[in-house]
Design a protein around this ligand. Structure first.
Ligand code: UDP
Length: 312
């Protein structure tokens, strides 16, 4: 298959490109490098099956030749990034997703949207199940991301209902691994960076809020399976092992051997209190569940970050 991937130079996008190429597909990657980086794709330079185009998908563009699949990952995705770029985030989720859907329609291609657990907002139902409509503050600081992705889901369903595009929607929960940006503000790179520098870990609030962390290889495997399924409604993809941020800090200390202190910082506005995916639907539909333990995944990530530290 020939597959167009937006957000190809991002953390998850670059790993998905690797998987698609390993499966024998050819890939046209699009990225405007707002938050993605060329370095994430440097290893694919000269790969016969891969082309990278600098393209903001909010602007008009055309892809020559046949296209069998369209995967729409483009968006700032860390809270720090979407707070820095709220308008770009809203535009890429709305106009950008619309253009990627038009491409799929024009080419008769399948379409996969990568959405987010943020669609559930600060969830009232726990663990989060796809049938929950969410609890989103439409005017809070995170709304630029939450509402942009909710719009993206809505327009994806509209193209399916109106034009019969073969669409899929993944709701991605917290994911980590190599190629995350060290300074994107998310808790995994933040704690690892702090631990490796011997600096205190910055826990927001009392650290009682929960998250669950999925290793990127597992997540990409879920995306790959979903993009060939006939399920049109959203499917949660994430790791169901839930822990508090304080427990996560202890895990980072244990794993890195760091003895740095913990300092408490104010909890950001609208920070979800509990988050954990119900992955029953992905298990039943795709035969998918995460295989890589937090310990293994963090080891691989620490190795990557140690490499980065060695080069700065
Ligand atoms: N967090 C933290 N310290 C940090 C960065 C994040 O305690 O230096 C917390 C944050 O408040 C949130 C959780 O860790 O409750 C996960 O944050 P992240 O930014 O990784 O993603 P989110 O799940 O909020 O989208």
């Amino acid at each position: 298959m020939r597959i167009v991937v937006s957000g190809a130079a991002g953390f998850i996008g670059s790993h998905l490109c690797d998987r698609l190429l390993a499966e024998g597909h050819t890939v046209v990657g699009l990225d405007n490098f707002l938050t993605g980086s060329r370095g994430n794709l440097a290893h694919l330079a000269g790969h016969a099956g891969f082309r990278l185009l600098e393209q903001d998908i909010v602007q008009p563009f055309a892809i020559e030749g046949a296209v069998d699949g369209v995967v729409n990952l483009a968006s700032p995705a860390s809270p720090k990034d979407y707070l820095d770029y709220p308008i770009e985030t809203l535009q890429v989720g709305s106009a950008g997703t619309g253009r990627m859907l038009e491409l799929a329609l024009e080419k008769g291609a399948r379409f996969l949207l990568t959405s987010t657990s943020e669609c559930y907002g600060d969830p009232l139902v726990h663990p989060q199940v796809e049938s929950d409509w969410g609890n989103v503050n439409p005017v809070g600081p995170r709304s630029c991301y939450d509402e942009s992705k909710r719009f993206a889901e809505a327009i994806t369903m509209a193209y399916h209902r109106k034009h019969g595009v073969r669409t899929n929607i993944a709701r991605i929960f917290n994911t980590y691994g190599p190629r995350m940006k060290l300074n994107d503000g998310r808790v995994v790179p933040a704690f690892l960076d702090q631990a490796l520098r011997g600096e205190p870990l910055t826990v927001f609030g009392a650290g009682a809020q929960t998250r669950s962390f999925c290793y990127v290889r597992d997540l990409v495997d879920g995306l790959y399976r979903l993009m060939f399924s006939e399920e049109r409604y959203p499917v949660n993809l994430g790791n169901p092992r839930e822990m508090t941020i304080l427990e996560f800090a202890a895990e980072i200390h244990r794993l890195t051997g760091a003895r740095s202190a913990i300092v408490f910082r104010p909890l950001p506005e609208d920070d979800p209190k509990r988050r954990c995916p119900d992955i029953g639907k992905a298990r039943a539909l795709l035969g998918w569940e995460p295989r890589i333990s937090l310990e293994e995944g963090l080891e691989l990530t620490v190795e990557y970050f140690r490499g980065l530290h060695a080069t700065v």
